[in-house]
Design a protein around this ligand. Sequence first.
Ligand code: SF4
Ligand code: MSK
Length: 647
Amino acid sequence: MDPTKRSSDKAAQDIISHMGRLGQENAWDRLDRQQPQCGFGRLGVCCRICTMGPCRVDPFGDGPQVGVCGADVDTIVARNFLRAVAAGTSAHSDHARSVAEVFVAAAKGHAPDYGIKDPAKLKKLADELGVETENRTSAEIALEVGQIALSEFGKSEGEQLMTRRAPAPRRAIWRKRGVTPRAIDREVVEALHRSTMGVDQDYGSLLTHASRTALADGWGGAMLASELQDILFGAPTPGRGDVNLGVLKSDEVNIIVHGHEPILSEMVVAAAEDPELLARAKRTGAKGINVAGICCTANELMSRHGVPIAGNFLCQELAIATGAVEMMAVDVQCVMQGLAQIASCYHTKLFTTTAKSRIPGVEHVPMSEGTAMKTAKELVGRAVENYKNRGPVNIPPSKETAVIGFTNESIKYMLGGKFRASYRPLNDNIMNGRIRGLAAIVGCSNPKVELDYTHTTLARELIRRDVLVLTTGCATIACGKQALLNPREALELAGSGLREVCEAVGIAPVLACGSCVDNTRMLVAGSEIVAEGGLGEDLSDLPLAGACLESISEKALAIGQYFVASGVLVVFSKELFPYLGSEKVREYLFAGIEEDFGGRWAVESDPVRAAEIMLAHIERKRDALGINERRERKLYSMEERRVLEVS
Ligand code: SF4
Ligand code: MSK
């Protein structure tokens, strides 16, 4: 197939063509060989929950309308939706649990290679959680904070503590609807229980629990992951780095870290600076050691250390096919099993590092918090040794400069400075209409969609119409590859109002806010924007919308659902939303849920039309806030001014 149909990015096109010439297979080829994909599966109308099945209902013809147990199409689709949300929630939350375990081990002194890098953020979180900080060491505070964080997963009673960050009216809605999340594990377990054969068979009740489960992710596990990572590895600050396959170096040892948890990648970055390993690299003929990231690990590393990004999800196989990668170390999530096959075509050493994520035929080097640096040095050493085995390389020259690393704190700092850090200037500029509203562009890259095309087209369309874009995950990397994270280039594409504000503040109109778990930064930012005043009382009042048009993962669905249940409109691609087979489920997710939570789902595959949906929503919210009304300019007489001053 024509590589320009597979990717809008030239570097990826080059490597896709190169792989085609060599007869090497990638995700696009495997997708082609899966065609035609099951139409029942695409609509979410098949069920294999019990062994009376698998069952499927026929949404179009006169085939069966219920499964063997009698479950109808609404139940089947809603159960599939809930199970996907639960799986996505479990992924983010298990990531958070691993971070919390390392956090506690570091506080106890059992993880000597990790420490508290951001004591100010630790103190702030401790205050929020009611942990005493006076006359205590960082380690003592961290131990108690870490233990509270760990208890959020399995506590037998009480609500998720981070939900306190939400505006009061939002918490009241959750309470009224009975969806305030309890222990994270409990919500996931209950989701699986409810959706097993013969339990919850009311689609509305199943979808309500999907909200509760997703909220345990957004306002629970994922939010804790971002908080604890910031404290352990340092909160990101905006900084420059390079993005795309061109960051690989023809004369250095190239190491790629891929996955999600910074526990591995932070150590690999530090180990690559070890003088002894650098000297060994030089002895093998390399000029140095170059670490680059793929997927969310890439966002984590660039936002904290300026480590270059080689690419997003669909670039993982392409990076190896450059022939220039000595070693790829992976941890959890979004790691394709296909990597093993492509690595076998090259000299690349591929290593799995966590016990919960293994690949047959791939060497496993277990990473544990007690010996993290030792293991990281071993991995880097293996990469250095492997340099001599490198064959011909084919590194596309493309790379772009990006500014990455925006957080709730750093955005406020950029808007107001150190002593007046505040969202006030943002709120004022939304109220006066220079900025029409905010949009979140998040998520993955999917071979069913031309790589990076929808994320970047949507971003261009929104900034052109004066909407400030916040982005995370693989969408961020897509924007980075196409210079949308480069303030100089992106500002040329922005509408005049947005451009004026961004130039005054010194930011790009597309702000890179980190990895998938960092979507929770947007929830916190939204809550603080509400608290700042002038834009309503709740998240659902804000002129704000989200989109994920290249989703692949159940995690994306969990993220979408917690945004919706937090009061936000979320747009997914129609082809990538396999829950459309039930009219009642569609009616609830696209309309009814708005009455319950103020947010809703929409599906649209075309990024320009998706932008229209988001813009219409933003303008509706502005109308409701009364900030679109043109106020007549009134010239006051001296008499009238005196009255005003007195009152
Ligand atoms: Fe079929 Fe019902 Fe079993 Fe699902 S739970 S496989 S619909 S019998
Ligand atoms: S890595 S979940 S493909 S964003 Fe977070 Fe990218 Fe989606 Fe994985």
